[in-house]
Each structure stands twice: as structure tokens, then as C-alpha cells.
Design a binder for this molecule. Structure first.
Ligand code: LM2
Ligand code: CA
Length: 500
């Protein structure tokens, strides 16, 4: 189902990658609700392997959460009780919870006795996960996967991609009624707690028909948790489709939305100067991407911000803040897809031959590997190793922009033939972006009523005073826009609610 079950005036989800449940609940109440975020994508809630030095020096990597051991809800993010409490507290302030679900597989190979986050035992040699329980019959075996390694070796072969192991991870058979039943039971338990939707991890590696059969058997969202009668869980499927493979994202749009990986890659190329911003005039379907209503879009995600997944070195992240803020601003101003904002933690890179040797590093943690709670600074930004892009003014003010202009189309496109662009949104908001190496100085048609507006990128409107630049729109709807290439931010944006 394609509807995020969001409040109608909240149009953006944030991925609070590796946050603890208690901290997410606090964030819903003190920040996300106030700033108009629709919901939170949370890290996988299911019990996972404790990846303790799988290779020397690699301790508690973030990716251990993509190796489930059972469907108990016990992880480094917290307990089942804390999970339920988070969902209740976020729902109470109108912020939805979307869970990242690892349904394609269980763990990779681990020595017997390797611990799991909920205390469950497991045996990877015999494919035994007694806490579900799953046994060897529940996994795709030699009858279905014919590669010599048992792993996916050729992405040109759709059967391999679905029926063989992804990097050695034990591959569940979602075609089996028993496995479907266990997955449905898990998803329905989460739905009963008030979860509004799911990211289906590694969807490319599961058959669309199996996912459809699972999705069709989910319960309606509970009315006693505040959902309207008949509401269905939001589903967005992680399918990496940059073209050139037999499996496409389009195969999955009947079940729910699909992550559109071309979006962040194309914008990365444009803002990094491999393409010109003027071409963004018809960004979306016109660029060979999914239909807007089928797409879940983002600038970067937890994989490609560290060189995993798709997009390579074109992906923009918090490490190139000026370009990143410009791309996020464009995404949040542009009418395409349901948008997701990434919220990261910092790690020290160690690039050797173009590869980050530290791409495994987990979230900020104490000496016992417990995840640390983010500290919040006076200026709303985070400390203690958390980047919290969603708390950067230029980003959360554009969240408000998207909410304000929601329901309008794009009009009054302008470009300078290169990398200076501007457009308006149905009388409600205006944005200009300068990614050329010379100033933008131009009288431009805005679609807003005459008046003075506060630029929400350089400042905020507080007590009817603008702490940043002010822009005057004349009775002809025109405004003089001045945006030097030397400024901290390459964006000016204002909307009807930032009128002074
Ligand atoms: C995803 N989408 O399809 C996730 O977004 C991505 O983060 C997951 O990979 C992947 N699918 C599987 O759920 C991550 C990470 C991998 C990591 C796996 C499993 O990108 O590097 O693989 O999680 O934890 C790790 C090791 C790998 C090893 C494997 C099995 O990096 O070298 O392969 O575990 O032990 C032998
Ligand atoms: Ca599979």
C-alpha cells in the first residue's frame, strides 16, 4: 500500500539510523512533531547476531542488525517494552513509526556459541534458529539455487538473485506457507503495537509474488491506536534498480512504494557538476524514474553514505555539507515521491585505494558497546557523535516548506542555462539555487503575494523578526534574488508562512 498513513500536513520521514527507542520517543515529543515530520524509519527491531570481532578489530558493526536471529524485539536499540512505548509516544504526537524489516534472510555463518542480542541461540551450520523457530527446511536449498558457492554470483540471473544467498546470508524461502506465516505473525504483532508501515529490506532478493501474498494477509491498522478504520500498513520496498539488470523496481509497485535509487544518484551527479541543474526542470518520470506515487526518495541512505549499496562516489552526504544541503533543499521543494531525510552518526573514514576501511563502524557507544544517547546543543544540533542532519536549520526549515506547499504543482521555472535555477510552488513557496561559480543576481517571477518574506535557509522567523535575509516580492510577483556563490548556503527559500 502506497500511503504512509501520515497526517496530511506532514510529508517527510526521517531515518534515525541506529537510534535507541527511548531516544526516538523523546525526539518525537521534543522536535519531530513540532517541526512537522510525518514519521521515523527505525533500524531493524528484530533480535540480531552480536557481531563481536567477526574479523579482528571489527566490533559491533552497524550491519549486525541485518542478520536476524529471531523475531524477538530485543536489540541494541532497546527492549520490546521500550519499542511499544516509543510507538505509543510518537503516535500520540502524530509521528508515525516505520520499521526496517529483514525478511529475506537470517544470519551469515558464525561459530557456535556466538551470542545474539536477545539471548537466543542459533546454529548456522544446520540452519537452526530455534527462537523463531526456523530449521533447514525453511531455507532455499540446492534444489533452488544452483550456483557453486550457494551465493548470488550473477545479477543477470533473476532466479539466483532471489533464491541464492546474498553475501552468505541464510536465504529464507518466502514461498513456504510456514515461513510466510512466521513473517505475517511478526508484522501483525508490530501492527498491533501501532506501527504504521514497513521498509522491506533486500526486496530485490524476494519474489514479488511472495511479498504480495504476505502483504495481503496483514491486519488493518488498529483503530484503538488512532488509525482510521480500514487503514493498511504502508510498504516501501528496497529494490536497487539503476537499470541494466533483469529485476526492476516496477515489478514491485503493485505491493507498495519502491526506493528510487536513481534519484540520489542523478542529483549527486548534477550537484557534483557531472550534469547541469537546468536539466532538473522535468526531474522524475521524465528521467526514467518510477511514477511519483510509487517512489520513496532520498539523497543518501545508511548504505550508500558509506560506499555500500548503490550510487558509488556520486552520492552526496553530510561530509560535503554545502552540496548536501542544496540537494536536500531541492528534494524537499520538488514535487516528486515521498521523501526521506537521512540522519547519521559520524565515523572517522580510513580510505585505502578508494575504499573506506571503516565502513563497518557502528553508532556512538560506551565501553560496553551500549549505544549512547545523542546530546542536544542550544542551537538544536546534536553532539556525542551524532550528526543529526534533520536538526540542521536548512533541512528542518525545508521540511516545513514541503509541508506548506504540499498539494501544489511546480510553476515559474527559471534557469540561467547552467547551474542557477529557481521555481515556485502554486502561490505557496519559492526556491532559488546557485551551483555556478559566480553570483546569481536576478529579478525573478515568484508566485507569491506581494510582501516581505524571511529566507528560511539563512535564518528563521522568530517573533515576527527574520534572523536571516529578507526578500521583497512586488505587486507584479517579482523579487530581486541575490545569491553569491561564496555564501555558506547555495539556496534561498521562502513560503507563505515565512511572510514577515
Ligand atoms: C540491505 N538491503 O538490501 C541493507 O540495506 C544492507 O545494509 C544489508 O547489508 C543487506 N541488504 C542485507 O540485509 C549489510 C551490509 C553487509 C553485511 C550485511 C549483513 O551492507 O556488508 O554483510 O548487512 O550484516 C556482512 C559482511 C559481509 C559478510 C556478511 C555475512 O559485511 O562481508 O559476508 O555480513 O556474514 C560474508
Ligand atoms: Ca532470497
Amino acid at each position: 500500500q502506497h500511503d504512509p498513513n501520515n497526517l496530511s500536513d506532514r510529508q517527510i520521514m526521517v531515518h534515525l539510523f541506529e537510534w535507541k527507542w527511548n531516544d526516538i520517543a523523546d525526539e518525537c515529543e521534543r522536535f519531530l512533531s513540532k517541526m512537522g515530520f510525518a514519521g521515523v524509519q527505525v533500524s531493524p527491531p528484530t533480535e540480531n547476531v552480536v557481531a563481536w570481532e567477526p574479523t579482528p578489530g571489527v566490533k559491533r558493526p552497524w550491519w549486525e542488525r541485518y542478520q536476524p536471529v529471531s523475531y524477538k524485539l530485543n536489540t541494541r536499540s532497546g527492549t520490546e517494552q521500550q519499542f511499544q512505548d516509543m510507538v505509543n509516544r510518537c503516535n500520540a504526537v502524530g509521528v508515525r513509526i516505520y520499521c526496517d524489516m529483514v525478511l529475506n534472510h537470517m544470519t551469515g555463518d558464525w561459530p557456535s556459541g556466538t551470542p545474539a542480542t536477545g539471548g537466543s541461540s542459533f546454529n548456522t551450520g544446520s540452519k537452526d534458529y530455534p527462537a523463531v523457530p526456523y530449521s533447514t527446511y525453511d531455507f532455499n536449498g540446492r534444489d533452488k539455487c544452483s550456483t557453486s558457492s550457494g551465493n548470488i554470483e550473477n545479477y543477470g540471473d533473476a532466479n539466483q538473485v532471489r533464491n541464492c544467498q546474498l553475501v552468505g546470508l541464510k536465504d529464507l524461502n518466502q514461498g513456504s506457507d510456514y515461513v510466510r506465516g512466521k513473517i505475517i505473525e511478526l508484522l501483525n504483532r508490530l501492527i498491533s503495537y501501532g506501527v504504521a508501515g514497513f521498509r522491506f529490506d533486500a526486496s530485490k532478493h524476494m519474489w514479488p509474488g511472495d511479498l504480495k501474498a504476505i502483504a495481503d494477509r496483514l491486519n488493518n491498522l488498529p483503530t484503538d491506536k488512532g488509525f482510521p478504520a480500514g487503514a493498511r500498513a504502508f510498504i516501501y520496498q528496497e529494490v536497487i534498480d539503476l537499470g541494466g539488470e533483469p529485476i526492476t523496481g516496477a515489478e514491485y509497485v503493485g505491493i507498495g512504494r519502491v526506493t528510487e535509487f536513481k534519484y540520489g544518484k542523478f542529483l549527486g551527479e548534477a550537484f557534483r557538476g557531472r550534469n547541469q541543474l537546468k536539466y532538473l526542470k522535468n526531474f522524475g518520470e521524465g528521467w526514467g524514474m518510477l511514477a511519483s506515487g510509487n517512489a520513496l526518495v532520498f539523497i543518501d541512505n545508511h548504505d550508500n553514505q558509506r560506499g555500500h549499496g548503490a550510487g558509488g562516489d556520486m552520492i552526496l552526504t553530510f561530509r560535503v555539507p554545502k552540496l548536501y544541503k542544496m540537494a536536500v533543499a531541492y528534494m524537499l521543494a520538488w514535487p516528486y515521491g515521498f521523501t526521506r531525510v537521512m540522519s547519521s552518526y559520524y565515523w572517522e573514514q580510513n580510505i585505502v585505494n578508494g575504499q573506506d576501511k571503516n565502513d563497518w563502524v557502528g553508532p556512538p557507544s560506551d565501553s560496553n558497546w551500549n549505544i549512547i544517547t545523542p546530546t542536544i546543543n542550544a542551537d538544536e544540533t546534536c553532539g556525542s557523535g551524532w550528526v543529526c542532519e534533520h536538526r540542521w536549520r536548512q533541512i528542518y526549515n525545508m521540511v516545513k516548506f514541503r509541508n506548506v506547499v504540499h498539494g501544489t504543482t511546480m510553476n515559474d521555472w527559471w534557469d540561467n542555462g547552467n547551474n542557477q535555477i529557481a521555481f515556485c510552488r502554486g502561490g505557496k513557496g519559492f526556491i532559488a539555487i546557485n551551483n555556478d561559480n559566480y553570483p546569481l543576481q536576478q529579478s525573478l517571477q515568484t508566485c507569491l503575494p506581494s510582501g516581505t518574506y524571511c529566507d528560511v535557509i539563512s535564518g528563521d522567523l522568530v517573533n515576527n523578526q527574520c534572523t536571516g535575509k529578507s526578500i521583497t516580492v512586488g505587486s507584479d510577483g517579482k523579487a530581486f534574488i541575490s545569491l553569491s556563490n561564496a555564501e555558506d548556503d547555495g539556496v534561498i527559500a521562502f513560503h507563505i508562512q515565512s511572510a514577515i
